[in-house]
Design a protein around this ligand. Structure first.
Ligand code: FMN
Length: 170
C-alpha cells in the first residue's frame, strides 16, 4: 500500500508530465489595481452556453478576488510571453511591477495584451474540491489573436512542436 506521502510525490510527478498551455487569470483588486495569476488547470467546458473552468488554490490571492468580484479574465499565453507567466507565478509580494503595456482590456475586464486568445468571464458556479475551488465562468466576450502557444511540461516552459501530420481532427 502506498503511503500518503508517496501518493503526493507520485501525483506531482505524474501531472508534471501532462503538457498544458499556460494562461493568466486576471481580476481586479478593491482599489482598482489589476491582479493576475498564472494558471494551467483550466479547460473549456461547454459551447452552449460557452463555459470555461479554472481550478484555483484557496491560498491564492486570486481566489478571494474572484469570489468577491464574480468575474475573471483568462488569457492564453504566446510562447514569447514566458516573462509574464513567470511574473504571475511568483507570490504577489515578491513580484515587483509589471509594465502596464502588458495589460489590455476586454469588455472592461483586464486581460494580457498580445495573448493568443483572451476571454471575459462571469462566475456561474464554484465548487470546492479539496484545497482548490473549481470556478466555472460563462464567457461573455472573446478576442482571438495569432501566435504559437506557451507550453508547460515537467516544470519548464517551452514551445509546441508539431509532427507535420496535418489536420486529422476538427
Ligand atoms: C505553469 C504554472 C501553472 C500554474 N497553474 C495554477 C493553477 O491552475 N491553479 C493554481 O491555483 N495555481 C497555479 N499556479 C501557481 C500560481 O500561479 C501561483 O501560486 C501564484 O503566485 C498565485 O498568485 P496569487 O496568490 O496572486 O493569486 C501555477 C504556476 C505555474 C508556474
Amino acid at each position: 500500500m502506498q503511503t500518503a506521502q508517496t501518493i503526493s510525490e507520485l501525483y506531482r510527478n505524474a501531472w508534471s508530465s501532462f503538457a498544458t498551455g499556460v494562461t493568466v487569470i486576471t481580476t481586479v483588486e478593491p482599489d482598482g489595481l489589476v491582479h493576475g495569476m498564472t494558471a494551467s488547470s483550466v479547460t473549456s467546458v461547454s459551447l452552449d452556453p460557452p463555459l470555461v473552468l479554472a481550478v484555483i488554490g484557496e491560498s491564492r490571492q486570486s481566489h478571494g478576488l474572484i469570489e468577491s468580484t464574480g468575474r475573471f479574465g483568462m488569457s492564453i499565453l504566446d510562447a514569447a510571453q514566458t516573462d509574464i507567466a513567470k511574473h504571475f507565478a511568483t507570490p504577489p509580494e515578491s513580484r515587483g511591477d509589471l509594465d502596464s503595456s502588458k495589460i489590455a482590456q476586454l469588455a472592461g475586464t483586464p486581460i494580457i495584451a498580445n495573448s493568443i486568445a483572451a476571454m471575459d468571464c462571469k462566475v456561474s458556479a464554484a465548487y470546492k474540491a479539496g484545497d482548490h475551488t473549481v470556478f466555472v465562468g460563462e464567457v461573455e466576450a472573446i478576442e482571438v489573436g495569432t501566435g504559437d502557444p506557451l507550453v508547460w511540461f515537467q516544470r519548464q516552459f517551452g514551445g509546441f512542436a508539431d509532427q507535420g501530420s496535418g489536420s486529422e481532427f476538427k
